[in-house]
Design a protein around this ligand. Structure first.
Ligand code: PAF
Length: 555
């Protein structure tokens, strides 16, 4: 049963009783107005502690005079409801006069670390954080205390303080929890109106860019920072406070990136100051591979395939005795693609070995944030490649090499920036419809949910097979926003971006719609298997006729 306690004395007593019962105590300090990021801390605490205390205290000492202490969101009742569901044992919600009684004089501070990054503009902030955290630790005396990596500088400072002062508590950092479009959860997101909320994703997108540049081999921190600043500005933030590429332990600025770094940003959107950061692992630089040939392919193979209701990743289900993704790889190879990169995610441990045996390079999309985000993950391997990139789906197994070859040759002949396959299907439900101008040229793709009755009657659909000029594709992917109901980054949105920048986009109608059939359910799997079997029969028949004719002639 969740208890709420207001005073230091009661908190000490409650925790002492738990200790007597041999419980391992975990503390999650918060300022309340809890979101899933806080709840992730509580869940992490639950894993290793059997008595979890969450403190809820909006600490006045960590707010500057011009800051948002007064308007900081508060809702203890709601917080308690959420915490009860997470199995928290005790909520400690003291009043300011209990934490800082009359005559309180002590200060704590971690010199150096407190004055950089956020400390440059938030004077006194980290001293206030250290003071309250040390006080809470002294009251609760936990075995472990949990902090979010979202406030990475805070985490590093608290670790330093706890070590320097031999506080005797383990500090655990918990990875940032993000919305689907990547925005890091924060109580301050409540200040953003819908338009600001959309612009706020610029922080995450600039961090993604920084991470991809570094994993792609960029070692000059200044260059990474320059590109991130541009991404933040283009993404619509109102003011950038800093973009920092730092050593993850000391927070020292790095100039030449040789080992793992943390990249962090602080920027304003409207009246709201937002911060975010990500870790970047730096592996020993791989020998720079030249992408073989004029054409590369990116195969999306990260989807979970929930509707398949199976533990097997979707692309490993079989058609004609082979995993779906193998058919796609085979078609790309037969079409003359030199370099194939697969984006893996769900079930990656099972998918990667299958692909690697086929000589396919793999990259990981750790969280599924849409098709555009998936393809972007191939950037480190295709950086600098100036040829064409076919984008295929690992769950669309009936695509023919001849179709890919035709797509590529039209793409090149017409000097298109993008050429994508469309098909006329008997039932277009669920597909993006192709709207063409009177002269037959491609106008736009309208997703089903946005389509009016007339557009819904269109039977020509987006087949989801694309051929892009590599540089144009990545430039557009880096500009993608996620202003849709799913909060995802859609590959199809790159077409509009490319067009608006003068690129030619062509919709290439293919004859056989079965080539674009995707597998999402068991029923779909049966459908593609039946088409495959029919194709085999037709081929056998053709071969039979040919042989028959041949035999006749011989006789
Ligand atoms: O991260 C926060 O919410 C606060 O800085 C903390 C650690 C609870 C101290 O007030």
């Amino acid at each position: 049963m969740l208890r709420t306690i207001r005073t230091e004395e009661d908190a000490r007593k409650a925790v002492a009783r738990a200790r007597k019962r041999g419980k391992r105590v975990g503390l999650v300090p918060t300022m309340g107005y809890l979101h899933d990021g806080h709840l992730a801390l509580v869940r992490e605490a639950r894993k290793t502690c059997d008595y979890v205390v969450v403190s809820v205290f909006v600490n006045p000492r960590q707010f500057g005079p011009e800051e948002d202490f007064e308007r900081y969101p508060r809702d203890l009742r709601r917080d308690k409801r959420l915490l009860a569901k997470e199995g928290c044992d005790l909520v400690f919600a003291p009043a300011a006069k209990d934490i800082y009684p009359r005559g309180f004089m002590t200060t704590v501070g971690v010199g150096g670390l407190r004055d950089i990054m956020c400390g440059r503009v938030r004077e006194g902030h980290f001293d206030g954080v250290c003071l309250v955290v040390l006080k809470l630790i002294n009251i609760i005396r936990p075995d472990v205390a949990f902090f979010g990596e979202k406030d990475y500088q805070q985490l590093v400072i608290i670790r330093r303080m706890v070590d320097d002062l031999s506080v005797g508590v383990d500090i655990v950092g918990v990875p940032t929890v993000r919305d689907k479009d990547g925005l890091a959860l924060s109580s301050r997101n409540a200040y953003l109106d819908p338009e600001e909320r959309r612009r706020a994703t610029a922080l995450f997108r600039s961090l993604e860019l920084g991470r991809l540049l570094i994993t792609g081999g960029e070692r000059r921190a200044e260059e990474v920072r320059r590109r991130m600043v541009s991404a933040l500005i283009e993404g619509g933030v109102d003011r950038i406070e800093y973009v920092a590429i730092v050593d993850p332990d000391t927070l020292e600025e790095v100039r030449h990136i040789r080992s793992d770094v943390r990249i962090a940003v602080a920027a304003w959107v409207g009246d709201t100051r937002l911060i975010d950061n990500v870790p970047v692992e730096v592996r020993a630089r791989r020998r720079r591979r030249r992408v073989k040939g004029r054409t590369a392919a990116v195969i999306m193979a990260a989807g979970e395939g929930k509707r398949m209701k199976s533990g097997l990743p979707k692309v490993l289900h079989t058609m004609g005795g082979r995993p779906l993704v193998r058919w796609v790889v085979a078609a790309a190879r037969q079409a003359g693609v030199g370099e194939i990169i697969a984006v893996t995610g769900h079930g990656g441990d099972m998918v990667r070995p299958v692909l690697e045996r086929l000589g396919v390079e793999t990259v990981v999309q750790d969280v599924q944030r849409g098709t555009g985000h998936a393809v972007l993950q191939a950037y480190p391997l295709l950086k600098g490649f100036s040829g064409d990139v076919l984008v295929l789906s690992g769950d669309v197994p009936l695509v023919r090499a001849s179709t890919l070859r035709k797509l590529l040759s039209d793409h090149r002949r017409h000097s298109n920036a993008v050429t994508f396959a469309t098909a006329v299907v008997p039932d277009a439900t669920g597909y993006g419809r192709i709207v063409r101008a009177r002269d037959g040229s491609f106008e736009e793709i309208v997703e089903e949910k946005d389509a009016d009755a007339k557009t819904r009657r269109i039977k020509e659909i987006n087949g989801g097979i694309y051929c892009f000029k590599a540089g144009t594709m990545f430039d557009a992917l880096l500009m993608l926003t996620s202003g849709n109901a799913q909060m995802e980054y859609y590959l199809t949105d790159t077409l509009g971006i490319i067009r608006s920048r003068g690129g030619r986009v062509e919709a290439h109608l293919i004859d056989d719609y079965t080539e674009v059939l995707g597998v999402n359910t068991r029923k779909d799997l049966r459908t593609v298997a039946a088409v495959y079997a029919r194709r085999r029969r037709d081929e056998d028949n053709k071969r039979g006729v040919a042989n028959g004719v041949h035999r006749k002639r011989k006789r």
